[in-house]
Design a protein around this ligand. Structure first.
Ligand code: AMP
Length: 295
């Protein structure tokens, strides 16, 4: 395998558990894992770079996990672009790519899975029942197969990140979990593999999501209720736009529990929004901090 610091060469690509185990046995030093579903973009690139700065070797997994898609969701049409993804991994200096098939990850239908618990039933979990059970199950399987010392996830999926932290805590998983900031287009749209589904007009409507979050951020000095009001005012424009946004939720939550916070809250919070534009499900969020009342 490539040595530390060499960027631009081809990573080792493995497709089976045996190949992965053989390569894993040769890894020396701290190994970071960046789990992805492929269709890699600038957000994934930044996670790989973030991982490279914090570990000796970086593995990227590419797997569209059927278990985390509900009936009627976009599993079948989810973009699969392995050749381009391998070029991105090489350009960003990943050392190893694990790109298993469905039958490698799930030789039989799993009977024992991870239950996400109460956090899996709120906010995004309420909009997508079972999604977080499926996500945690595949992340746990990836942890067992790759045995990373550290794993890097995007704050773009803030509830996912909070739940993985919780799983690692509750099940004593020996992996350090790191969150990396959301990467956005210059106009504010959060990068997402699903953005490629958007028509030009739909993209204009999608921009309301990040604009609403920014409006909420501007209202932080006036307190939590004002933040939600300011964001909702912007989203009203999106709901009335053509094509319209079908709003799933706009919530202000505690970052570690994803329970909604009250107007007396101080400290960190996450303003989270999701909705559909056409057939495309989009989510975004912004970490906020409310000053304590005494200060
Ligand atoms: P996905 O391929 O969509 O499952 O995402 C794989 C990882 O990339 C997850 O940890 C996501 O949170 C992260 N990610 C997705 N979009 C972004 C973004 N715009 N900025 C930073 N990280 C992201």
């Amino acid at each position: 395998m490539r040595g530390r610091g060499e960027v631009g060469g081809a990573p080792v690509v493995v497709r089976t558990r045996d190949e992965l185990a053989a390569v894993r046995a040769d890894v020396r030093g701290r190994l970071a894992l960046v789990p992805t579903m492929g269709a890699l973009h600038g957000g994934h690139r930044s996670l790989i770079r973030y991982a490279r700065e914090r570990a000796d070797m970086v593995a990227v997994s590419i797997f569209v996990n059927p278990l985390q898609f509900g009936p009627g969701e976009d599993f079948d049409r989810y973009p699969r672009t392995l050749d381009e993804d391998l070029a991105v991994c090489a350009a960003e200096g990943a050392d190893l790519v694990f790109a298993p098939s469905g039958s490698v990850m799930y030789p039989s239908r799993p009977q024992v899975t991870i239950a996400a618990g109460p956090m899996g039933e709120v906010v995004e979990g309420a909009a997508r029942p079972g999604h977080f059970d499926g996500m945690l199950t595949v992340v746990m399987k990836l942890f067992q197969l790759v045995r990373p010392d550290v794993a890097v996830f995007g704050e773009k999926d803030a509830q996912q990140l909070a739940m993985i932290r919780r799983m690692v805590l509750d099940l004593n998983v020996p992996v350090e979990v790191l969150g990396a900031p959301t990467v956005r287009e210059p106009d504010g749209l959060a990068l997402s593999s699903r953005n490629r589904y958007l028509s030009e007009e739909e993209r204009v409507t999608a921009l309301f999501l990040s604009r609403a979050l920014r409006a909420g951020e501007d209202a932080v000095p006036e307190g939590p209720a004002a933040v939600v009001r300011a964001a909702r005012d912007v989203l009203d424009g999106a709901v009335a736009a053509e094509p319209p946004l079908a709003l799933d939720y706009l919530v202000l939550v505690d970052p570690s529990t994803f329970c909604e916070i009250g107007d007396a809250h101080s400290g960190p919070a996450v303003l989270a929004v999701a909705g559909r534009v056409g057939a495309t499900h989009l989510i975004d969020n912004l970490p906020l901090r409310f000053p304590s009342k005494e200060s």
